[in-house]
Design a binder for this molecule. Structure first.
Ligand code: ADP
Ligand code: MG
Length: 480
């Protein structure tokens, strides 16, 4: 056996489903023996598919999977030292707890006394001693999930795969189980590969987090790495509620974003298009004169320990978490310590902007009504006969509580001379030649900068209108 310290390695693994869907794309991952690794990403990003390949239920279309240094892609599931715990407990309802846990061992013709001992041992591990004779339907959700975990552990796997195992539990139960699972991991010393779409769960439990999107690994690192040094806007956005702005380097350690020029500590060449990420806890509200930029307090929400204060500066929205309150309408300055401005090279340069919900519950941007129906964006919402949009709980959607964010890629926007044609007007404040196209920054009348890719050459300070096709916009709901 090769001793690399890695129990599992995925090498350039891809999986394309029969319908052509590339669920996992060029995945490279090393898992060390005994590690608690979490695959984190939105629904549909390929987490389950990855686990299924490790368990042996699916075969990679490309690439290799190594267990202790040896390829296992042709090894059937039951010959892999791996067991899976699913979100749905998948217990046998007609058997009692003992029979549920002993099922696999019985099939392997394990001697009766060994089964007895093992079942008692794992019940002890999941804190359900004496539950042998209970029926499945007399247990709570949390207890059923513990049994499912016991059933996986009784096979003494080297690797336990957990696919959103706490997803069906309520918040309180979930928190308790998080702590127990972590304890169990420490006690057992085996490798856990855990799947969740919940960033907080990932941050609190894992040794290593793999952030995924659309089948690809975005970033791998410790929780601290991922939180403090997100590698791109997707990771920053997914982990915590960051403020994310498009911008440009305007000089040595100087970056322009959000309508102001900020000092920063990341050294990129002047003219580089950047994404600036600022955590809400790092946004300081000051007197107007002392801020790098200024704005008006839009909303203040008490969150128990701190206040969450949203400030509008032009069209830019900045969220601050502070222990000092403020009043809506207050005119304030905004200061961010250079250390707390995290600058990264803009990769896809996606433009993010907020659209309004008007009185008729339509989406509106800069005075233009959009065609997209609000009910398509807010999950489980519907429109009543009088046009009101009600959310999943039957309450009218409240624009003071819910914001709709739109995202559009620079290549999906166009500039035109016809000032009336677009959704918003602005002037070209920067351009860079990128080999086969130009990348422009348009400073708009709402103080927001947009990045637009175009193959044609425009001039600095040209006044343009921005065509932003609605079918290219991706909307998401942001709670206030
Ligand atoms: P996750 O677990 O992160 O929610 P999945 O691994 O289940 O994601 O799915 C990844 C992608 O593969 C999704 O786009 C999903 O629709 C697609 N997919 C999953 N299973 C199948 C399947 N059996 N056939 C075709 N496409 C699938
Ligand atoms: Mg899944």
């Amino acid at each position: 056996m090769e001793k690399t310290g890695n129990i599992i390695e995925l090498k350039d693994v891809s999986l394309v489903y029969e319908d052509g869907c590339k669920a996992v794309d060029s995945f490279n991952l090393e898992v060390r023996r005994g590690e608690f690794v979490t695959l984190l990403g939105p629904s549909g990003c390929g987490k389950t598919t990855t686990l299924r390949m490790i368990a042996g239920f699916s075969k990679p279309t490309e690439g290799d999977i190594l267990l202790n240094g040896r390829s296992i892609v042709d090894l059937p599931p039951y010959e892999r030292p791996v067991n899976t715990v699913f979100q749905r407990y998948a217990l046998f309802p007609h058997m009692n707890i003992y029979e549920n846990i002993a099922f696999g061992l019985k099939q392997k013709k394990t001697p009766r006394d060994v089964i007895d001992r093992k079942v008692r041992h794992v019940l002890d591990l999941v804190d359900l001693e004496g539950f042998e004779q209970r029926r499945v339907n007399t247990l709570s959700g949390g207890q059923q999930q513990r049994i499912a975990i016991a059933r996986a552990l009784v096979n003494e796997p080297e690797i336990l795969l957990l696919d959103e195992p706490l997803g069906a539990l309520d918040l309180k139960m979930r928190k308790e189980m998080q702590i127990e699972l972590k304890d169990m991991h420490d006690k057992l010393g085996i490798t856990f590969i855990y799947v969740t779409h919940d960033q907080e769960e990932a941050l609190t439990m894992s040794d290593k987090i793999v952030v995924m999107n659309e089948g690809r690994i975005q970033q791998t690192g410790t929780p601290e790495d991922i939180y403090n040094e997100p590698i791109n806007a997707f990771v920053a956005d997914f982990i915590g509620d960051s403020n994310i702005f498009n911008g440009i380097m305007t000089g040595k350690l100087k970056a322009r974003f959000c309508g102001g020029e900020f000092d920063c500590v990341d050294d990129y060449k002047e003219g580089t298009h950047i994404t600036a990420v600022v955590r809400p806890e790092d946004v300081e509200l000051t007197e107007p004169a002392k801020g790098t930029i200024r704005g008006t307090v839009d909303s203040v929400i008490f969150k128990g320990v701190h206040y969450e204060i949203t400030v509008l500066s032009g069209r830019n929205e900045i969220v601050s978490q502070t222990v000092r309150s403020a009043q809506p309408g207050d005119y304030v300055g905004i200061h961010v310590d250079p250390d707390n401005i995290h600058i990264m090279m803009a990769e896809d340069n996606t433009n993010y902007f907020f659209v309004d919900i008007n009185r008729d519950y339509q989406l509106e941007y800069n005075g233009h009504v959009l065609e997209t129906n609000l009910t398509k964006i807010i999950p489980a919402s519907h429109r009543t006969e009088d046009g009101t949009v009600l959310d999943a709980g039957g309450e009218a959607v409240d624009p003071r509580r819910v914001r709709i964010r739109a995202a559009i890629k620079p290549g999906d926007m166009e500039m035109t001379d016809d000032q009336e044609a677009g959704l918003i007007q602005g002037t070209i404040s920067n351009l860079i030649y990128k080999g086969d196209h130009y990348s422009y920054i348009i400073h708009t009348e709402l103080e927001q900068d947009f990045i637009v890719d175009d193959e044609y050459l425009w001039n600095m300070d040209d006044r343009v209108s921005l065509l932003m096709p609605e079918e290219k916009m991706v909307f998401s709901v942001r709670k206030k």
